[in-house]
Design a protein around this ligand. Sequence first.
Ligand code: SF4
Length: 448
Amino acid sequence: MAGRFHLVTLGCPKNAVDSDKIAAALGADGLVATDDPGAAALVVVNTCAFIEEARQESVDTVLALADLVDGDARLVVTGCMAERYGAELAEALPEVHAVVGFADAGAIAETVPVALRARPDRPTPSGVRDLLELPRAAPSAPWSYLKVAEGCDRACAFCAIPSFRGTQRSRTPEAVIAEARALVTGGVRELVLVAQDLAWYGRDIGAPGSLAPLLRRLDRELAPEGLLRIRLLYLYPSEVKDPLVSTMLELGTVVPYFDLSLQHAARGLLARMARWGSGDRFLEAIAAIRAQEPTAAFRSSFIVGFPGETEADHDALLAFLDAAQLDWAGFFPYSREAGTAAADLPDPVPASLAAERIRECETVQTAITQVARDALCADGARLEVLVDATDDGRAVGRTHREAPEIDGVVLLEPGSGSGAWAPGSLVDAVAVAAVGPDLVARAQETVR
Ligand code: SF4
């Protein structure tokens, strides 16, 4: 048990990056990862506090692990719940030895008693403990998230994130490039850039509009070292304009994948959410991008059942989905978050009605996604598949249309192409069948 840690990650991709850094910091502090919580001297749960459902999952996970940890081991809770409900959480969960917020998350190893450390003689490293700037563990897949900023400067009425993640804190381009280079050197071929408000990157350090120049540097400096793709997640719609869009479409490594954070389409409801835009403006932006790049892929997520959402608002969202023909979309019930502007709004939408509206949205969107996937097969579309993993001779990968962990995947038919599909190879393939959101493709050759 001595010197081992078990780390559980809940929540979004941004949390996954934090966990990666926590793992690297624990490794630097002399601890070794284990899949078995019962064999660990330190069990860390990186929690999510986004909505009630996520908080419940976090608490359930902590309680389940409390039953499994060894008597002498330390159970530590970190992440968004620790940051948002620190003292309250510590009081409610006596099973937990420490509740550690972001500011201290780099020092989690210090909660392990000296006797249980692998190398008690080894002093814990001093110096940088800022989670955002901690080094990463070696990548285990040919793609990786890369967090370029933390926090958010906006005040969307439903969102509590700025209250506990703080205002935006952008990393320097040098720090981002250095982390990207280490990932690419370690075998990463696709970088997925994340932040709470990615297109706002740089504004807090006096450099608004810094994302496009950052993309240029990543492309110029790392494509020669093996970087094949850069993907952007979480673009606030008002920022989806030139020069960002033109840069995305121009650079060979940046995939034409637009993850637009739209939240709704009814203009009045968006204003109530304290968000920019309207369904019409979103459609204009999408059409302008498609006119330049017909293969561009679009994803978005929507909140259903926000206070005051009327039948007309809901119909506007359904009509928008039909017109926008997004490749992918997620629908989430509004969750009332204490301390947010929306928490005090009148006219709540009953949960059963919100659930019914979500079902209607999903029905519309599932059909749209299916038609698009079927059309790729009917056309025999040429696909450039980046292989993520191989399993029993079958390779699983993604084209520019699929973000990792969120969208569908592409399965390569066994026996097609050269069959030399190590993770990280780029395979030229033809779409032959759609299985729900996934595609089956026949490989032609290994491109790179
Ligand atoms: S942009 Fe809005 S929804 Fe996104 S993190 Fe910031 S406040 Fe929350």
